[in-house]
Design a protein. Structure first.
Length: 92
C-alpha cells in the first residue's frame, strides 16, 4: 500500500463536466446529432491533452495518465468514424 495522498478534483471540475454534458445534449437537440457527435469527439481530444499535461488530480482519471489519454483519443477516433451515420433513421 502506498501512503501517497490521492488528489481529488474540486467541485468546479465536476460542475464543468456536467455543463459539458448538458451542452452536448442541447447541441444534439437544437443543431443536430452529427454536429453533437463531432463536438463530443473534439471535446474528447481536448480532454486527452488536458489529462496528459495537467498535474495528477486536476482532471478526473480512472487509470494511469497515459492510459486515460490514449483511451480518450481512441474514443474520439471512433466518434469521428461513426459521426456520419449519427442521423440515420432506424429501420425495423
Amino acid at each position: 500500500m502506498t501512503t501517497a495522498k490521492q488528489r481529488v478534483p474540486n467541485t468546479l471540475t465536476y460542475l464543468g463536466l456536467i455543463a459539458w454534458v448538458v451542452g452536448m445534449c442541447a447541441l444534439a437537440i437544437y443543431i443536430g446529432p452529427v454536429t453533437a457527435v463531432y463536438g463530443t469527439g473534439i471535446s474528447l481530444l481536448i480532454f486527452a491533452v488536458l489529462r496528459a499535461v495537467l498535474p495528477v488530480g486536476t482532471v478526473p482519471g480512472a487509470r494511469g495518465r497515459w492510459f486515460d489519454a490514449v483511451l480518450l483519443v481512441l474514443g474520439a477516433a471512433a466518434l469521428f468514424l461513426l459521426a456520419p451515420i449519427a442521423a440515420t433513421p432506424m429501420s425495423l
